[in-house]
Design a protein around this ligand. Structure first.
Ligand code: 4NP
Length: 149
């Protein structure tokens, strides 16, 4: 059983969307979860703008709950996708060994290998930022699914 973790800063905008999108494309024998590197939004529902863009595309992410990434996630998960370089640095700081480090990838490197493009943080932007994020994540998740199945 392959376990995949999506990570952003707050676990309320990008990573819950990434979780919902990837879950919807994979069979049930895959585990998909999400977490934030910060502790700001522990226990909170996703941002209403992420819930809205998910709904627009037929996904319900309203029952997800924010949690903080921690070093035991390296033991639980096989693949850890981060949204941006800052998430990457915050996650690898908690790695215990090279095996942990090797699990961490910028999600858009699945679409544009080695380019280190980031999924922009839509939190302080307008609603269009959320649609843009959705499209980026949807494209990345299609490629991830092709690799995994
Ligand atoms: P996320 O977006 O990392 O995609 O969940 C953010 C959510 C909240 C904050 C920053 C980014 N914040 O500063 O509260």
């Amino acid at each position: 059983m392959t376990k995949i973790l999506m990570v952003c800063l707050g676990n309320i905008c990008r990573s819950p969307l990434a979780e919902g999108i990837l879950k919807s494309k994979l069979p049930n024998n895959f585990i998909v979860d999400s977490a934030g590197t910060a502790n700001y939004h522990i226990g909170r529902s996703p941002d209403i703008r992420s819930i809205a863009v998910a709904t627009k595309h037929g996904l319900d992410i309203s029952n997800l709950s924010g949690r903080q990434f921690n070093s035991s996630d390296f033991d639980t998960f096989d693949i850890i996708y981060v949204m941006d370089e800052s998430n990457f640095m915050n996650v690898i700081k908690l790695a215990k060994n090279d095996n942990d480090l090797a699990k961490v990838t910028l999600i858009l490197n699945e679409v544009h290998p080695n380019m280190n493009y980031e999924v922009p943080d839509p939190y302080y932007g307008g609603d269009n930022g959320f649609e843009n994020v959705y499209q980026m994540l949807d494209e990345a998740c299609d490629i991830i699914v092709k690799k995994l199945i």
